[in-house]
Design a protein around this ligand. Structure first.
Ligand code: FES
Length: 147
């Protein structure tokens, strides 16, 4: 791993739960690693395979998806859809030579601001161990094609 490597994480957070939890963490002054760029989506079920592959293609070292706990999705079954996609994506990433640990799915409710801190900090540490996602320009272009 290069000295001082700081992983880039793209975090897709559901508007109704995990995004509010991240907001709560901010207003409660709960500090967590600044490595995550949060993208608000209406539901974790909205996170398409393309979103994740594009994030990796454009330089993310890790992707985090945060949604409401099972049974709490505001669109009823969006998070179950997210879970199915997540399992599929793990297999796909493995086939593409991307460690599956670089993708993480977490259920974090609006009240769990501290959980955001724990998950992001853990992911940063894990990605530091894995090192940067070393993909050549050609490999990144291939990810974009698949997306
Ligand atoms: S609305 Fe939060 S996961 Fe669906």
């Amino acid at each position: 791993m290069p000295d001082g490597f700081e992983p880039k994480i793209v975090a897709f957070f559901c508007n109704w739960c995990t995004y509010l939890a991240a907001d709560l963490a901010g207003t409660s002054r709960i500090k967590y690693a600044p490595n995550a760029e949060v993208v608000r989506v209406m539901c974790s079920g909205r996170v398409d395979v393309q979103f994740v592959l594009k994030a990796f293609a454009k330089g993310a070292d890790g992707v985090l998806i945060g949604g409401c706990h099972p049974g709490d999705c505001h669109y009823q079954e969006g998070n179950y859809k997210a879970l199915r996609r997540y399992r599929l994506l793990k297999k796909l990433l493995k086939q593409m030579g991307i460690e599956e640990e670089r993708l993480r799915l977490e259920w974090i409710s609006a009240a769990e601001g501290d959980r955001v801190r724990v998950v992001i900090n853990e992911m940063v540490e894990q990605l530091k161990v894995l090192g940067p996602l070393n993909k050549t320009g050609e490999e990144r272009a291939h990810l974009m094609e698949v997306a």
